[in-house]
Design a protein around this ligand. Structure first.
Ligand code: FES
Length: 100
């Protein structure tokens, strides 16, 4: 719990929260820059966009800057081999959690 895995080629973060795993887009909803995970002491953990300063919570809610919408969430599946697979075609709501 608490881990944040960046998948740059797929433009996704996979987060393991206390209640399960979820996957979010790493594309800023302002103008499409790639956001970065931020976990600095004394700062709220979340995501930050280097282009115009939008800030997002660990759940992808906008907490600063010009981004107009929260980050998109994607569904997860378990492959027959037991691998966790992000389904980029399936957008889900922010209450979605995949139990592992
Ligand atoms: Fe992210 Fe502008 S593209 S704040």
């Amino acid at each position: 719990p608490g881990s944040v895995l960046a998948l740059p080629r797929q433009k996704v973060f996979v987060v393991r929260g206390a209640e399960g795993v979820y996957a979010m887009s790493s594309v800023c909803t302002h103008l499409g820059c790639i956001i970065q995970h931020r976990k600095a002491q004394g700062q709220m953990e979340g995501f930050f966009c280097p282009c115009h300063g939008s800030a997002f919570t660990l759940e992808g809610k906008v907490v600063g800057g010009p981004a107009p919408r929260p980050l998109a969430w994607f569904g997860l599946n378990l492959s027959p081999r037991g691998e966790l697979v992000v389904d980029l075609q399936r957008v889900v709501g922010p209450d979605y959690r995949f139990k592992v």
